[in-house]
Design a protein around this ligand. Sequence first.
Ligand code: GCU
Length: 666
Amino acid sequence: MINGLGRMKNWLWIIGLFFVLSLHAEDGHRLWLRMERNALPADVSLSESTERTATLDIASRELKDFWKGEGRVLLRVSKDGVMRDGFTICRKGLDVELSSASDNGVLYAAYDLLRRQQAGDLLSDGVAVTERPSYDIRILNHWDNPDGTVERGYAGRSIWKWDELPETVSPLYEEYARANASVGINAVVLNNVNAKPQMLSTGMLRKVAVIAEVLRPYGIRTYLSVNFASPKALGELSTADPLDEDVQRWWEKKAKEIYRLIPDFGGFLVKANSEGEPGPQDYGRTHADGANMLADVLAPYGGLVMWRAFVYQAESSDRACQAYEEFMPFDGQFRDNVIVQVKNGPIDFQPREPFSPLFGAMQHTQVMPEFQITQEYLGQSIHTVFLATMWKDCLDAETYRVGGGTVADVTQHRGGIHSRSAVAGVANIGDVVNWTGNDMAQANWYAFGRLCWNTELSAEQIAEEFLKQTFSTDEHFIEPVRQLLLRSWDTAVSYMMPLGLHHIFAFGHHYGPEPWCAPPDTRPDWLPKYYHRADTVGVGFDRTVRGSKAVLQYHEPLATLYGDLETCPEEYLLWFHHVPWEYVMRNGLTLWDNLCYIYNSGVEDAREFVDLWQKVQPYVDTERYEAIQMRFERQALDAEWWRDACLLYFQQYSRRSIPADCPPPV
Ligand code: GCU
């Protein structure tokens, strides 16, 4: 009897625990969409002249379920509304009117209204706001493979369940679409840029069509990454030469098949002749030949080619120069429906890079920025690093091209030549319950959407909006955690790449430090010291006119500013210069001492995050509190690891001691 009772108690305990866990688990899953559902639906209707569509049904449903206002909400699509996904929200007494030239615009207006409600930022009577997105195409790039793995994914497996499709349609797809629409993301590349040719097989395309159908009413267009050698790799032709007529016909046939299945298919993303991927250069052709061939094939359907400028081959003497060298000769030779997709910096999503010189250089070609939301080089799903600050740093950078313009200006309509402007982010999403592994990393998915919608938003505002919707509106929580998020990029840069000391990451996984990295069969540019160039004289990569001349890829006055040791911004010092250890910097300390102090400040900041998070415990549910705190603790330890490993390694060259008030590496 006692045994029986004991067993029952155990079971009850287990069932209870499961119940509690599932409740909590759901918490992270809800992202920033935590509105409380209405007991009675709000009064929402379409204006008389507006026809119902699936998208407007979603907008109505969201408002009926979650809008708490007492008046009527009227949704109106009209020709005189704001174009290109923009909208107006107008408050009259208790009523609100949402209008736009498109149903997508009305959907964005609905989410805008709900965001205002959540964040306590409602419009007063008689006020109207009008919004227009900064970029036309705000696209997530998933680096997801057909086998369910995700390249540089730190949040479980792919959300696309290819082996269940097309019969089984996971409810995740719609939740994902809703989350994207709520922050203005309107396009998605489903698969990895290192694209498997099989993505274009008829069987896969049928599956893609099912996903596209779920995303469509949320205003999201589907794109695919394609392998340039597909005609050959799928076994149908003996070449993939873009100037070969059979190859062109193969792609035409494929495009026809795709558009029959997915009439609003967005287009192709292509990584060609980079890191071993096939491309037009395999046949002696150029990036323009390759991109234009695909562009011609997609043009009749209104499709686009996003052709990546992340080209990278071992032979290059300075990897930072290669994209410019390969693309500049073809400036102005790309078709109108080609957009050259350029990573924010010239190397590879390092924690801090100067902006890619291609943004200022390509004056006659449409160019789009590519950011990385997944934190490949930023502590993956362990470290908290709020990236709006970093992306704004790039978007706001002045390129000094003829007529002037920031990176944001030259990639948006403001620059002039754009038929459709675009911006991409490499997704940090997987099938774990909270989508992004670290609950805090949801902030970067959110920030990407919001910033692409409006590049004028401040990182501070985005952080605040996110925190208010996702955690708590209490000022005791918001104020310190917003500060934490705003400091977090600088903190990570301090312990990972002080003063522009880049790519000293561990080989392959890129998580921790490995400035000594020299794996067997290393490509010449991966040999130890390729990037940091440490010797007994100093450290850093000379990209001045005496070195690789990368500075010359920037317009004046940047070329001179970066190229002169005395004027180079200190955050890029070792990016552009090989600097003597005893060089005296602006604060009067030597380079070596500065390095020691900066590494150490990164460690101190990371430790402070642990204390700070502990103080806000009362405002966060237990599950998210603990999951985040566990990561902050690990981040602080990792920061020490970075500092100790790097200083001990570089000390063998500097032959200097660590300043007394900087704890010596253990
Ligand atoms: C980085 C990353 C690769 C990725 C590549 C790219 O090098 O480590 O995994 O394929 O970028 O952007 O193409």
